[in-house]
Design a protein around this ligand. Structure first.
Ligand SMILES: [Zn+2]
Length: 248
């Protein structure tokens, strides 16, 4: 078993993008994790772009599992598009494993991830005509065909056993986030300008004041970035491998 092999090498198992329709544990494999893995051997479960803590905590068997938010950390330009904040003595692998075990003061203190509606597999999607399905739909209302890419939203409604969700006491808050490259009007030049004004996208989104943003990119884009930080821009729905669009 992979967990044994990793134990012998001091490695860990993290269940990635658990709810997505392409090879996700719940998304395309099983209804209960123990049909495939021993969840107690997994160090954490990664939520994927199309789900958040509230959605995942509709599955009661995940109550003891630590959630991480890291989607697309495998693509260098997308690094830290989602992230989590943790307390530890020193940022190394051994301390990080303690964080995932929630060992005393070693804890994740915040999950930061995409608004789930923007995720590219959030809702089911008709493979014939591209319509976004409504809940419980088995036949496309637009074209009458029955082949869908199952959305994370719909899949979680199937596997959920507590709705509304119940989060365990140890669960950290989840901060919804819109990455800079999804905000309308932020092209390559503007992005470079912002990164020259602030240490990083992450620190800009978390710490920059509106006045500092105005000084960097002018009032219109500064306002738009600030609205994005507060989840106050319009958002479309992601489905079928296409992200939801953020509206100006
Ligand atoms: Zn259709």
């Amino acid at each position: 078993m992979v967990a044994d092999w990793l134990d012998e090498r001091s490695g860990i198992v993290i269940v990635n993008h658990a709810f997505t329709p392409h090879k996700g544990l719940y998304g395309s494999c099983v209804t209960h994790a123990d049909e495939m893995i021993d969840l107690s051997r997994a160090a954490a479960l990664e939520l994927g772009l199309s789900a958040d803590t509230e959605m995942a905590d509709c599955v009661s068997e995940l109550a003891a599992t630590t959630f991480v938010t890291n989607s697309d950390a495998h693509s260098t330009p997308k690094l830290a598009r989602e992230y989590h904040v943790a307390t530890m003595i020193f940022p190394d692998f051994e301390n990080y494993k303690r964080v995932l075990r929630r060992d005393g003061l070693f804890q994740i203190t915040e999950n930061v991830g995409l608004w789930p509606t923007l995720g590219k597999y959030h809702r089911s999607f008709c493979l014939t005509c591209g319509a976004v399905a409504t809940i419980d739909q088995s036949v496309c209302s637009s074209c009458g065909n029955k082949k869908f890419t199952r959305g994370v939203h719909e899949r979680l409604l199937e596997v959920a056993d507590q709705n509304p969700s119940i989060s365990p006491v140890h669960r950290p808050p989840y901060r919804h986030h819109i990455p800079l490259d999804m905000i309308p009007g932020i092209g390559k030049k503007t992005r470079e300008r912002l990164l020259s004004c602030f240490a990083s996208e992450l620190s800009m989104m978390r710490k920059a004041t509106v006045d500092e943003l105005v000084d960097c990119v002018g009032p219109m884009l500064a306002k738009r970035i600030d609205l994005a930080r507060h989840g106050q821009l319009g958002m479309g729905i992601g489905a079928g491998g296409v992200y939801g669009r953020v509206h100006a």
